[in-house]
Design a protein around this ligand. Sequence first.
Ligand code: ADP
Length: 643
Amino acid sequence: MHGLRRLAATDDVKPVLTWSLIRRVLGYARPYKFRLIGILLVITATSGLHLLNPLIFREMIDRTIPAGNLQRLVLLAVALLMVALSNGVLNVINRRLSSSVGEGVIYDLRVALYTHLQRMSLRFYTNTRVGELMSRLNNDVIGAQNAVSNTLVSIVSNIVQVVAVLAVMLALEWRLTLISLAIAPFFILIIRKLSNKLRDIVRNQLEANASMNAMMNETLNIGGVLLVKLFGRQQMEIERFGQRAGAVRNNGIKRTQLGSIFMAISGLLAAVGTALVYGLGGYFVIKDFISIGTVVAFSAYLGNLYGTIQSLANAPVDFASSIVSFERVFEVIDLPAEVSEKPGAVALNDVKGNISFDQVTFMYQAGDKSFLSDVHRYGSIDNVTAVLSDTEKEHDEDKRSQARENALEDVDFQVKAGQLVALVGPSGAGKTTLTYLIPRLYDPTSGSIRIDDIDIRDVTLESLTHQIGMVTQETHLFHDTIRTNLVYSKLDASEDEIEEACRAANIHDFIAELPDGYDTVVGERGYRLSGGEKQRLSIARVILKDPRILVLDEATSSLDSESEALIQDALKRVMKGRTSIVIAHRLSTILAADLILVIDRGHVVEHGTHSQLLELDGLYASLYNTQCRKSHQPGVTESADTL
Ligand code: ADP
């Protein structure tokens, strides 16, 4: 694994073929060992058949034809046909077995990768390009299986074949055999030279492909398309894409070119070998050492031998190229899951809903260990950082800057079951981060979070998630029907339950009026619905889930007052009887809160109720005075009051 990090980090480091790596790769072959043995048997049988043909030719030329034995000639011709027929049948069996092994390995690797990716923390996804992952799930698993289903098989079967062909050749004519073998070292030398180059090209090609995929993923989705259109950057994106596609093209051409040079050279060498055999063989015939049939048979074996030596010499190259893919797959599989379940974690059942944060500190930067090494190398990430640091500089001069090392520091508070907690504070203060720690989207860097006095790191992730309902500002919907999106939170929800939840979320009437009702397909990420509708759907989804703890990020963007009222009304219903932690922007929510936590620069700087905090005359009072006074101007509705 270490090898790949280095490989990905610098261009000139070659993949290291260690025994432990090979053992690991072989581990993926193990479930298919019987089928692999079957393949080897079939290939050995095919090789045996290949050995027969030249002998039949020899028999025809040297004896049957000169003797004018028609009956024997017909028999031998039929034998040639039988050989071809058996070969065909064996090939079909071989293909069938190989594809079942090959596709099987692809399946195993894909599922292993996807399973691991499902366990990765949010931090990983905020630092990884989706396209990069797609690439590993698509191209690399295919490259990797090649190692198992083709290369391993071809190495073993070629060795068998070389030995068999050499044995027959030596038996036929040992002097000619030795002469034809004189070419072999040249073969091996040239193949070795080219193989290293080819491996580099293959690796570059995979990386170029990944980079192109990453870009397609980033720009060809609603968010990306919208951004490109709004800033009129189509031409720029086309050019960026052109560069990436160009790199894929160039590597493809190089790969083919190198392959053809290799073929040409090996063809030439084979020709030298054949010339030698015919020349010297012809001389032996003239001198009456051997028969014409032997020379013909010999040249047939020679083609076979050179072909096999070529594949054998090539095998390490193929294997090394596949290993690059294997390593790219292993790199993902070996990433630490970060937020993982303790062995022996217990289920969190019968939750009352008390929550306590105990000296919680959290830092986003976690070093490189949880990221893919490639992600730092593609795209215009550098430019983005430059823009961000510019704004940070501006902020530095501002004494209210939120820039800091720890997103949260020493956060300490208790919530009793059923209470409503409002989180308020400037943007970037750490409110969202705080809410993310409750369902363990991240784990605190230090300190602990307890639900009903149980550390959330001691319970199973599934049971924890089950107890927490989260309504975020951005509602993600799958490209599927409204019903499917709703029951995502409760797969066995009945029609009545769904409808009841939608009524409570004030969205039923809207859905009922749609032409297909609950079977209406919402577009990619729900872009066919308005913001308010999506949020109400996500509230309905949470109502169906019926969690004990509700985490809510109130919309900052102002919705029209009707939509706003519908959402507030729905939220009131969903919060009832549940512990609710709300990133509050509405004055009504803040006023209703049992506890307000004022967060600034990652610290809870004030806490209490509205009146207590006003009395304190600190940050809360100043936020309240500046922001709420503003919105108390005529024309702004009470419910849209923001803090
Ligand atoms: P709020 O919700 O109060 O606006 P956040 O919790 O979103 O604030 O952010 C708190 C701080 O953490 C900010 O300084 C922000 O830049 C930083 N931050 C948020 N998300 C990430 C992330 N994925 N990686 C690194 N830093 C982050």
